[in-house]
Design a protein around this ligand. Structure first.
Ligand code: AP5
Length: 224
């Protein structure tokens, strides 16, 4: 019998000597206990206000914030071997391969697994397969907040931000491509989670939008 299969068949819940992390293993312990630490996915088109609302959520609930865009920009700045490839993909407004995104995300989440009160995962998943991979590699999502706004609003906000953001992807051509990538994938992502999805109108003021966010998160925090 190969060691992993032997491990999976162990009857008692002792520490796994092979550290196989197989979900079939009797000793398997999920790295994040979502009954105590909710996982919230924050979704929405480019410029929908994900980052703006995350700041307010962190201030109120003390959740740990993980933005896949920020993680990727940090990786680009680090000058790692893959930095050049990442820069090119992001400047084309396309999605970075999920192996890279998920690896960065998982590493960052596990590093905070003990101290986090909950996780805000901002900008992930952006395609159907990303959601499936996350739940299988990390933990099931608790709730999904989706900020809904028209393409016109999104474009206007990003062009407004472009003068000061210093982001290589905040220019008219890349904004069009980012929107296209978003629109090509978004419906499929949302359709996967009808019971966990909370749609919020993101065309309102920042504070009114946040009131709707609070109405979603308060009961979750109270139940944990
Ligand atoms: P990412 O950095 O996540 O960019 P994005 O999704 O395009 O979103 P933004 O950060 O630009 O906007 P936001 O929704 O946070 O809005 P914000 O609050 O800043 O991703 C960048 C790239 O990385 C992707 O294109 C892709 O290449 C790659 N990537 C990231 N995640 C990936 C993944 N999972 N898989 C593969 N690749 C991935 O607000 C925008 C502006 O609007 C601000 O000026 C703000 O002040 C203003 N504003 C906000 N709310 C309001 C409001 N209610 N009213 C008026 N103005 C408002």
């Amino acid at each position: 019998m190969d060691p992993k299969a032997r491990c999976e068949s162990r009857g008692e819940k002792a520490a796994c000597p092979l550290k196989c992390k197989s979900r079939k293993c009797q000793a398997y312990k999920a790295p994040i206990d979502t009954s105590k630490k909710p996982i919230v996915w924050i979704l929405g088109g480019p410029g929908s206000g994900k980052g703006t609302q995350c700041e307010k959520i962190i201030a109120k609930y003390g959740f740990t914030h993980l933005s896949t865009g920020d993680l990727l920009r940090a990786e680009v700045k680090s000058g790692s071997d893959r930095a050049k490839t990442l820069t090119a993909i992001m400047e084309r407004g396309e999605l970075v391969p999920n192996e890279i995104v998920l690896e960065l995300l998982k590493e960052a989440m596990l590093a905070k697994a003990d101290e986090a009160k909950g996780f805000l995962v901002d900008g992930y998943p952006r395609e159907k397969s990303q959601g499936i991979a996350f739940e299988s590699a990390i933990a099931p999502v608790t709730v999904i907040i989706y900020f809904e706004a028209s393409s016109e609003t999104l474009t206007k906000r990003l062009l407004g931000r472009a003068a000061s953001s210093g982001r290589a992807d905040d220019n008219e051509d890349t904004i069009k491509l980012r929107l296209k990538t978003f629109l090509d994938n978004n419906d499929q992502v949302l359709a996967q989670y009808p019971d966990k999805l909370k749609r919020i109108n993101a065309e309102d003021s920042v504070d009114n939008i946040f009131s709707q966010v609070v109405a979603v998160l308060d009961p979750i925090v109270a139940a944990n």
